[in-house]
Design a protein around this ligand. Sequence first.
Ligand code: GDP
Ligand code: MG
Length: 450
Amino acid sequence: MNVDLGEKLRKAMEKMRNSSTMDRETVKEAIKELQRALISSDVEIAIVLKLSKEIEEAAFSDLPAGIGRKEHVIKTMHDKLSQILGGHKEPPQKPKKILLVGLFGSGKTTTAAKLAKWYSKRAVKVGLIAADVFRPAAMEQLKTMAQRANAGFYSKPGEKNAAKIVTQGIKELFGYDLIICDSAGRSALDSELTKEIRAIDSAFGSTEKWLVIGADMGQVAKKQAQAFHESIGVNGVIITRMDGSAKGGGALAACNTTGANVYFIGTGEKIDDLEEFDATRYLSRIMGYGDLQALLEKAKEVQEEEELDAEALLSGDFNLETFYKQMKAARKMGPLGKVMEMMGMNRQMPKEMMELGEHKLDRFGHMMDSMTAKEKHDPELLNKSRIARIAKGSGTTQEEVRELIKNFKKMKKVFRQFSGIDAKKLEQGKGMDMGKIQKMFGKKKKFKLR
Ligand SMILES: Nc1nc2c(ncn2[C@@H]2O[C@H](COP(=O)(O)OP(=O)(O)O)[C@@H](O)[C@H]2O)c(=O)[nH]1
Ligand SMILES: [Mg+2]
């Protein structure tokens, strides 16, 4: 997600980390890198310049007790960055009525369903109203997604008056804790759209009016957020397509200058691709330091009777069985690439493992069934004749069995690397929230995918 920005920010930070002196020149160099990164993510120049100035000033101010100059500068950079992206504003936990507004294609309908799922998982009974009378297909789209989210649904195909749909919808969805209303967009916020949204809003009695904006807007998001706020009043923002645009940083910073609360970001087309936005977490993610917290949250949410045993994953005792189980559990949490990204491991992951499909995983499962317990725990035993036996027993080819072993070995190497770096990196202050990781493994905790 937004790998570009992350990559560049990481470089800027690394420049600092790796320099032996911490003079003005070094700081200026790092700030320059930072500027380049932010500008290429379409962050407004004025914001970038202000940020640079603040960092430079803070860098050579008095040091807080017990902290070195370098740590101080790095921390300042991180804090200021997180600030311009909007920090963290917790979304309301028990909203009653959310109205989603925005232009065509901003992601309203998709986000309505994603939100329904997000709140459903938090024991909120959610109903959806499809009030896009402009594009009738949107009703069908939302209906299908509502089913996927296990949410109630109301619409009235053929009805041209959105407010009427909403009034009826509220009646039909009586007893639901939260009702989310999807509205129509236009290609611009014109008087017609304003009028329609106002009518829906008054029929609906929104407690929340959230603007949905695509990350590809970049800094233009500012104008859009302001315009929507002035004409209909907006008290929350969701930025979609953070996964597909290099301008996500710009969109975030722009919304932040308007004082808008960015509650969520959309990170994919699927119904689970919605995340509560937290700038610190977002930064550590895109910069590749991993974020176990996000992973844990996601893990808790996936409704599968699979256990992802992080300890086994990173412990030295990583055998074929753990490998298979973990790959299976990880897959259920979403594309493996994303899961690994959250753990900060995507950089080292073999490409073929990131793209491992369901079908292949099933085949791996069959092979595993044809192995003895001993073989699973010690794949070194797998010589030519054993491989032949396994292929035959599982209806696969010897080539595939060898592929499984090869992949397993690669993964083992990745995990070993990952588990071995904590103490050293921690001492050198090289980012990585290893405190969290260590705490988790220290407790020998398994986390269960419900
Ligand atoms: N990659 C990605 N695509 C998204 C995201 N949110 C929405 N989309 C896609 O954007 C397009 C427009 O979304 P839609 O919900 O129909 O927008 P609406 O016109 O505002 O209702 C669809 O193709 C969605 O699949 C997101 O977070 N990431
Ligand atoms: Mg729509």
